[in-house]
Design a protein around this ligand. Structure first.
Ligand SMILES: [Zn+2]
Ligand SMILES: [Zn+2]
Length: 248
């Protein structure tokens, strides 16, 4: 299994990075997890414009799904002819949300996407066994556990601390975890994690490696975030970058 980071900026695109988008590949199958603002550009830089076999949107905040709207043009108007519909695994309402953002008259996009509603559970996507469950964020949001060939990638999506996150990440080889907030600040509850909280989740889940994402570059604090995560988790910690690749 291979993870390629297309975008990792939290909440809005940063100067060097698009918003959340992660390409996960195994046996030639390419699953795109989240498709945030600006990541369609990054897709062409780090992969191929058509290098997607399925999409999962963990929730319907713009920084995790808006480029699924722009991608309609890519699929529908390919000079070689329309591409076959792509499966999209997403919370209820994704079709309406994408079509509303794509056109003022809510033009359907079911020629481009076939939607499957996410619900807590385990199911196959291509060669992957995927488990999703609701995490602690203001709208319906799914943390993700992806397994293939005995290897495990866990992704927090956006969440505040919760038991579900630790369960999904249990024993993961790679734990891709958001760390939006700075430790020691008066952060609002039930939204996001700090670096320290990401580290605590990594320790509880006994993961092999912690990858921090969804930092907000404009608001600074990367060094402090890594320090706080490393104080709470003894394993290797790093902040992901656009174009970072991890083989597991
Ligand atoms: Zn986000
Ligand atoms: Zn969010």
């Amino acid at each position: 299994m291979r993870l390629t980071v297309l975008g990792c900026a939290g909440s809005f695109p940063g100067p060097e990075s698009a918003c959340s988008a992660y390409l996960v590949e195994a046996h030639g199958f390419r699953l795109l997890i989240d498709f945030g603002s600006g990541s369609l550009s990054a897709l062409q830089r780090y992969a191929d414009l058509n290098a997607i076999d399925a999409i999962m949107l963990t929730h319907l905040h713009g920084d995790h799904m808006l480029d699924a709207c722009n991608y309609v043009v890519v699929r529908r108007y390919d000079p070689a002819g329309p591409r076959p519909p792509l499966p999209v695994y997403a919370p209820l309402g994704a079709a309406e949300r994408i079509s509303a953002a794509y056109s003022a008259d809510n033009e359907p996009v079911d020629d481009v996407y076939t939607f499957f509603r996410l619900e807590p559970g385990t199911f196959p996507i291509g060669p992957f066994t995927v488990t999703v469950d609701r995490v602690n964020h203001p709208i319906e949001t799914y943390g993700v556990r992806v397994e293939a060939g005995g290897r495990v990638l866990a992704y927090s999506s956006d969440t505040a601390p919760c038991d579900t996150l630790v369960r999904l990440a249990q024993g993961a080889d790679l734990f891709l975890c958001e760390a939006s907030y700075l430790d020691g600040m008066n952060n609002p509850p039930d939204l996001h994690l700090t670096g320290g909280e990401a580290g605590e989740a990594a320790t509880k889940a006994d993961v092999a490696r912690l990858l921090l994402t969804h930092l907000v570059p404009a608001w600074g604090g990367e060094a402090a975030t890594v320090e706080a995560a490393s104080a709470a988790y003894a394993g290797p910690v790093e902040v992901v970058r656009p174009g970072s690749r991890y083989d597991l």
